[in-house]
Design a protein around this ligand. Structure first.
Ligand code: SF4
Ligand code: SF4
Length: 448
């Protein structure tokens, strides 16, 4: 019998559904066996060493034990690798030749997710992590008038931040986003009166899934999106009722909480999908949750599938709309030099560089594209113990963004954008560029 050991696969990568409802998924001995198997493959491969701090942590554990093999690493130390992974998916997407359908079946991020789920089930996740993952509840509380001023002032006060660091574990130097009492969903100016013009590739009417971040922190991005849609005569409405997409809970391994949020969101979104709406979410991690993670957690759920198919990143929608001949290109304001960062959770959506494509259509605009992990993630880079690693991972991105001497810096992930701005401001020479979300840049270019 001939045995062929393949380096990589010529077939399209696939992902297996997450078997999260089975008891075996949470069985620690079987998890450790699988961690050991995959860690051993990574040990002989080591392609991912520069991607994040999870792989260097693993390789140090291997190299520093007398056997210099995975079998010599204490099982209790496996968690050190898991804690460094913030599920950006880049190892799976960009490096690994052994992803399914390869027989070695390596899906490193989803193995880390399983380990996080086991940790959560064992009750080993603390108050700080649970609090930070409650984006909806925190947003509701922090955006109440008067409370909002207090929260924003506290977040800027060095004494209070020192306390937050030592008591709560939120790093004192991390610049936190402000909350806005004028929540997007309460102040959105919608126009549904335009006639629906369906294109070959795009539905002619849009429903906005606002996301926690845009609703509570940066409503201006949502308002700019609505202005662009109205300028292009596209009727737009809000999703009637929404809660957090569940990504922060997924990253914590709290899969039951993901399922609870899914039970609220999916029926509402599926109805819109059936009625022929394109559903737009301007935060890549939230769109990815509906496009990829929920379908893998609920592979037999037809409503989840319908929502995944109707979900668009705004620039994915705009580029397709232009191909349909239904998007205006009457740009009035050149943007000059834009340093644009593609966040990992947008790259994972496998749709090409749609934001770059659209920005490059604006006359008088030069786009420098940085396609590398900035190292923040939703909440990972906020935590005291990961802050330094987060800034270290982001350093090459800060430099590449600054090298172009841009007029604007921009990332589809508003949180990554803030992180990059902080990193550039702290670097030698500082930063003179203005930070704007790509949706806002498009609104400026239209002269709206
Ligand atoms: S998913 Fe991202 S953070 Fe996690 S191990 Fe892979 S590259 Fe590192
Ligand atoms: S995840 Fe894949 S590419 Fe990365 S080190 Fe492991 S085996 Fe190699």
């Amino acid at each position: 019998m001939a045995i062929t050991v393949k380096e990589g696969s010529l077939e399209k990568p696939t992902r297996h559904p997450l078997d999260w409802k089975s008891e075996a998924f949470y069985e620690e001995a079987s998890l450790n066996k699988e961690l050991e198997r995959v860690f051993d493959i990574c040990h002989t491969c080591r392609r991912c060493v520069s991607l994040c701090t999870a792989f260097p942590t693993l390789f140090d554990l291997i190299d520093d034990n007398p056997t210099m093999e995975v079998e010599g690493v204490a099982k209790a130390d496996f968690g050190k690798v898991v804690d460094q992974c913030y599920l950006c998916d880049m190892c799976y997407m960009t490096k690994c030749p052994y992803v399914p359908p390869h027989e070695w079946n390596v899906d490193f991020p989803h193995l880390m997710l399983r380990a996080k789920a086991v940790k959560f089930k064992k009750g080993e996740v603390g108050f700080r992590d649970k609090l930070l993952s409650n984006t909806d509840a925190m947003g509701k509380l922090a955006s109440i008038p008067v409370v909002v001023q207090v929260v924003n002032a506290v977040n800027k006060n060095s004494v209070a931040r020192g306390l937050m660091d030592s008591v709560l574990g939120v790093h004192k130097d991390r610049e936190l986003p402000e909350y806005d009492s004028a929540k997007f969903r309460n102040t959105a100016r919608l126009n549904e009166t335009f006639p629906v013009r369906n294109g070959v590739q795009t539905p002619g009417k849009v429903a906005i899934y606002s996301t926690c971040y845009i609703n509570y922190n940066e409503p201006g991005i949502g308002h700019d999106l609505l202005k662009i849609l109205a300028h292009n005569d596209i009727p737009a409405r809000l999703v009637e009722k929404e809660v957090c997409c569940g990504m922060p809970k997924l990253e914590l391994g709290d899969l039951e909480a993901v399922a609870r949020n899914k039970a609220i969101n999916i029926p509402v979104l599926a109805k819109l999908a059936r009625e022929g709406y394109a559903i737009l979410a301007a935060v890549p991690s939230c769109a990815l949750m509906f496009k990829q993670e929920l379908p893998l957690m609920f592979p037999d759920d037809a409503e989840v599938k319908a929502v995944a198919e109707a979900m668009y990143d705004p620039f994915e929608y705009f580029v397709l709309r232009q191909k349909d001949g239904l998007l205006k290109t009457d740009f009035k304001t050149p943007l000059g030099k834009v340093s644009y960062h593609i966040p990992c959770h947008l790259r994972v959506q496998n749709m090409g560089q749609k934001t770059r494509e659209m920005l490059e259509k604006i006359p008088g605009t030069t786009v420098t594209t940085v396609e590398r992990c900035a190292g923040h993630d939703g909440t990972w880079g906020v935590k005291s113990e990961y802050y330094d690693n987060s800034m270290k991972i982001g350093k090459p991105v800060f430099k590449l963004m600054a090298d172009a001497k841009p007029d604007y810096i921009s990332s589809d992930c508003a949180i990554a954008g803030r992180h990059i701005q902080q990193g550039m401001n702290e670097a030698d020479g500082g930063n003179k560029a203005e930070k704007q979300h790509p949706v806002t840049l498009l609104r400026i270019a239209y002269g709206l």
